[in-house]
Design a protein around this ligand. Structure first.
Ligand SMILES: Cc1cc2nc3c(=O)[nH]c(=O)nc-3n(C[C@H](O)[C@H](O)[C@H](O)COP(=O)(O)OP(=O)(O)OC[C@H]3O[C@@H](n4cnc5c(N)ncnc54)[C@H](O)[C@@H]3O)c2cc1C
Length: 646
């Protein structure tokens, strides 16, 4: 069992990172050339890391499963990226960003990491501007900002509704420069299937070439996993269809512990589910809550008429509209954090006020903003998002309010890492959404891009040196060693096993089943009986998967069904782990809402005495209950209070 040592530096909060950087080891330029680093994932976290490390002189091998690094899911990010620049002169500061983030996460994150995130945030914007990222600007040329949920200042930088795309193009350009200089070797269409561990250290990975089907062995002095989040465990989510938790689960099974897996973010503004055959949900960016007002009818009979198609939103007079977020949370109004807004929507819909035919939708209305600012201003701010909404729903949101409902969006849980972003396996790091990160039990909007780029551009380039300084005499790992051959054999056997089942059901069948179980019992509201049921159902589903799955085609060459099967096998194990974690955490916090732990007015009720820790799970073998370790979170700079947005 690895001992959890978060390696939080000594000293006052604001000095920790500076002190740490001053003390950790540095690798000389001549020695950097001798060291190989594997980076799995080329989204914002992995792409930024690969470019920065290569620029420092390390030999980087970067991997992604898409046909190009620039197709990582990060490209889908719409709304923006936070940074404590205080450009609006609205009293923002590093401390305020730190405070908002730790409070927004319901005090279930590590203070030192969260502070560092806020501290490096201004540098991210400078770096991206220097790369040419076209952030929105004010008339005079200064960078523009908007607000996101859970904060009272405007600190979100954006490039229309395409912030992730523009940031990724910046990172991708930086990577390409290093590819051109021979410092990065890019392997696309390669899926990491296994991590190789030798003498207790990560020394490489086994990949599957998704075009030829061949397995490959790759060695490195350090392995960085930046493979994104696992929201697709729910089948339907706002994530790209390929997003998966496979690599995170493989390293978990090889000794990297997994923290807070049940902390999942449900985003309040998604286009509602519209049928059984749907495979993906679409996010409407949170930035829309800057100007859109959320409401449902005050009268149940109006809601019923809306559901039957006998009435339209525009027929409901002003006085019969319930702007329930403004009513319940007057100080934050429509900009309450995501977990609060999601639960409030569910509460209204469960009470019978839902506005679409399934009763699972609320309105997001721009009429008021159009009246105030004019159509042109709203078009300039959100034009592409409105166009996307209209294309999907065939409803013009300039004329008629959008319908929205919460959906799975982001995973705060992930691989446990220390302050250096190292997992419990020496030499194995985890970055970006894949790690358990800095967001506690609930991530604030526009903070994921900030964290991915902080990890990639400004944290790992420093901290990896502390480990690699002791590896300069170590030759590049031999990919013909017993450890590599064994890892490859195990991977081959796993693929053979999947093929040999030769059952009757498709991968999607099992994935959908898993999604139903997760949404029903490990979704927006959770309770003890439901979580126990979920564990039983998932275990049963695992048996069915391994006895009745059918993968058509061949294992050599391209086979997308095989790719999905490999990922769904891990999702099943991950779903079970999430249920164990949710069952253990008998308190409500952030996105984790236990029905047994609720305040009188229906808000999430934390139990700081018993649960102010990160739940860190150790794998114990197939089908066996994992072991729980605890990282107690110490709060020396913030006072734990009941989160209130009233
Ligand atoms: C629709 C949407 C909108 C969003 N908008 C915002 C926003 O406005 N602001 C914000 O801050 N956040 C936003 N987010 C969240 C944010 O986009 C993500 O958290 C972030 O981009 C994740 O970056 P990443 O680098 O960690 O992972 P990703 O971008 O998901 O990249 C993962 C990489 O890992 C690779 N990979 C995965 N598994 C393997 C494997 N086994 N082998 C090889 N490669 C692998 C992939 O190929 C990819 O390159 C949004 C999320 C969604 C779903």
């Amino acid at each position: 069992m690895a001992i959890l040592d978060a390696k939080i530096p000594e000293g006052p909060l604001a000095q920790k990172w500076t002190n740490h950087k001053a003390k950790i080891k540095v690798v000389s330029p001549a020695n950097k050339k001798k060291l190989d680093i594997i980076v799995v994932g080329t989204g914002l976290a992995g792409g930024a890391a690969a470019a920065s490390l290569a620029n420092l002189g390390y030999n980087v091998k970067a991997f992604c499963y898409q046909d190009s690094a620039r197709r990582a899911h990060s490209i889908a990010a719409q709304g923006g990226i936070n940074a404590a620049k205080n450009y609006q002169n609205d009293n923002d500061s590093i401390f305020r960003l730190f405070y908002d983030t730790i409070k927004g996460g319901d005090y279930r994150g590590r203070e030192a990491n969260t502070y560092r995130l806020a501290e490096v945030s201004p540098a991210i914007i400078d770096q991206c501007v220097a790369q040419g990222v076209p952030f929105a600007r004010e008339y005079g040329g200064t960078l523009a900002n908007r607000s996101f949920g859970g904060v009272l200042v405007s600190r979100t930088f954006y490039a229309r509704g395409q912030t992730g795309q523009q940031l990724l193009l910046g990172a991708y350009a930086a990577m390409n420069r290093e590819i051109g200089r021979g410092h990065i070797k890019m392997y696309d269409r390669q899926e990491m299937m296994e991590v190789v561990i030798e003498n207790g250290k990560a020394v490489g990975i086994i990949t599957r070439n998704l075009v030829t089907g061949e397995l490959e062995r790759h060695g490195g002095h350090a392995v960085l996993v930046a493979t994104g989040g696992y929201g697709n465990v729910f089948f339907l989510s706002t994530n790209a269809m390929g997003c998966n938790g496979g690599a995170a689960m493989r390293i978990y099974k090889k000794g990297a512990h997994f923290a807070n897996p049940c902390f999942v973010q449900i985003h309040p503004t998604c286009i509602p589910v519209h049928g059984d055959q749907q495979s993906k949900l679409t996010l409407m960016s949170e930035s829309l809550r800057n100007d859109g007002r959320v409401w449902v009818p005050k009268k149940k009979e109006d809601a019923e008429k809306l559901r039957r198609g006998e009435m339209k939103a525009t027929d409901i007079p002003e006085e019969d509209r319930d702007f329930y977020l403004e009513r319940r949370y007057p100080s934050y109004g429509n900009l309450v954090p995501r977990d609060v807004a999601s639960r409030a929507a569910k509460e209204r819909c469960d009470a019978g006020y839902g506005v679409n035919d399934t009763g699972q939708a609320v309105f997001l209305d721009f009429k008021y903003a159009i009246d105030e600012y004019g159509l042109d201003v709203i078009k300039a701010r959100y034009g592409n998002l409105f166009q996307m909404y209209e294309k999907i729903t065939d409803v013009d949101p300039y004329e008629y309010p959008m319908m929205i409902y919460p959906a799975i969006h982001y995973t705060m849980g992930g691989v446990w890492v220390d302050y250096n972003l190292m997992t419990t396996v020496p030499g194995l790091y985890c970055l970006g959404e894949a790690n358990f990160s800095d967001h506690g039990a609930n991530r604030l909007g526009a903070s994921a891009l900030m964290q991915g780029l902080a990890d990639g551009y400004f944290v790992i380039p420093y901290t990896v040196g502390d480990y690699l300084a002791d590896e300069i005499q170590t030759p590049t790992p031999d990919v013909n060693s017993a450890a590599f051959l064994q890892a490859e054999e195990e991977t081959k056997a796993r693929i053979e096993k999947l093929f040999s089942i030769n059952g009757t059901q498709t991968v999607d069948h099992f994935h959908k089943e898993l999604g139903h179980i997760m949404w029903e019992y490990v979704g927006m509201a959770r309770n003890e009986a439901g979580l126990k049921t979920a564990i039983e159902k998932i275990q049963k589903l695992r048996k069915e998967f391994w006895s009745d799955l059918r993968i058509p085609g061949d294992k050599t060459g391209m086979n997308t069904e095989l790719e999905k099967a490999v990922r769904v096998a891990e999702f099943i194990d991950l779903g079970e782990l999430m249920a164990y974690d949710a069952l253990n955490r008998n308190e409500s916090c952030g996105g984790h809402y236990r029905e047994e732990s609720v305040t009188e007015d229906g808000e999430a009720k934390r139990d700081d005495e018993n649960f102010a820790y990160g739940a860190v799970w150790e794998y114990t073998g197939e089908g066996k209950e994992p072991i729980l370790h605890k990282e107690e979170f110490k709060f020396e700079n913030v006072k734990l209070t009941q989160r209130s947005y009233k």
